[in-house]
Design a protein around this ligand. Structure first.
Ligand SMILES: [Zn+2]
Length: 103
């Protein structure tokens, strides 16, 4: 039987390899906005984080997004992302439970 490959990505905060759907994508859009991309399909340079606030806080502390997105991310942006992260966390977890594997 053919084994299904699960695409893995690395969390920029804790460096763990995880299946893509376990991760929240942060994307730098072509307009240089840095936003959370729950669809995982927005254009731009992306960085992945475990869907856990603790990992986001770790990324903030270690400035992991600066490195992953190759630009300096201001404290204001980290704060705004953190607020968004808290907002999307529930939605993310709910979506994960409902998710059908379409890959
Ligand atoms: Zn992580």
């Amino acid at each position: 039987m053919k084994q299904k490959k699960i695409p893995l990505r690395k969390c920029v905060a804790c460096q763990q390899m995880m299946p893509k759907k376990e991760l929240i994508r942060v994307v730098k859009t072509p307009n240089d906005d840095i936003i959370i991309d729950l669809t995982g399909k927005k254009a731009g340079r992306g960085a992945y984080l475990c869907g856990k606030l603790s990992c986001f806080r770790l990324a903030k502390k270690s400035r992991a997004l600066d490195r992953a997105l190759k630009q300096s991310v201001s404290a204001d942006i980290y704060d705004a992302l953190e607020q968004d992260f808290i907002k999307v966390e529930d939605e993310f977890i709910a979506g994960k439970e409902a998710a059908v594997d379409d890959e």
